[in-house]
Design a protein around this ligand. Sequence first.
Ligand code: GLU
Length: 304
Amino acid sequence: MDYQAILEEIAEEVQPFFGKGRVADYIPALAGVAPGKFGMAVHTVQGETFHWGDAAEPFSIQSISKLFTLTMAMRFIDDKIWERVGKEPSGNPFNSLVQLEYEQGIPRNPLINAGAMVITDYVISHTSDTRAAILSFVQYLAGSDGAAYDEQVARSEKETGHRNAALAHFLKSYGRLDNPVDTVLDVYFHQCSLTLSCQGLARAFLFLANQGVFPQSKARIITPRQTKRINAVMLTCGMYDAVGDFAFWVGLPGKSGVGGGIVAVDPGELCLAVWSPELNASGNSLVGAKALELFTTKTGRSIF
Ligand code: GLU
């Protein structure tokens, strides 16, 4: 399949959708991102790579980082993670306090903020320098496209992340965090501040399209069963309150972040990453979601 030609067609067809969304500004350091940025990258399990536009430019991956820590936690303790976090779509905002109280501090899934904090807590318990461990895991997966913490974004989240702090204290009050709240928040804000390009993301998550094996080095990252679990959670919980819409229009497991990135996995075939900072009402990249919809429509690829 000529993915390069398809990316070029998509870039043309999404033009009318620019200017219709809004860049996230609840994290002040994100508000200054140029809204017209747009990149796409495709990496196939066969080793081919395709990209378009700003695909090499690092951006704030935000909640996409939850997939990295989830993968790390599964490597450490496998299915034990499900003792403190569920696997159902939340049907509520990703930072809802009400739902967490109602459900006695068991977050609905690992991809909403509270669930990700529980996962981060597990990772902290199994690493000595957690920030360094996460960064080197991401750098290993993303390769030469590099990954880094954006200290300005991390600080901005720390200064304004009162709701996230409330979620962490809530979790602690229910005995769901083993480590101090400040430690969990510090790591959580840093993982959200990670920057990576579309190319880096498409490479990093290729193992999710390849039964848990990193195609470049043939190294096993996680088992096929764990890969199935993560892809299933992405499909049902990865796109905020628009998972149904995303499954309907795109038909692939995906995870988005408020920085405007989305990664999507086509098991057995490829990983695709897009970036466009303007978000739709659900908090997903407006142009990014449209690009993914066009990609699966044009290629006929989806898991359904
Ligand atoms: N750091 C962001 C927050 O916790 C992540 C949000 C997201 O990308 O979903 O609010």
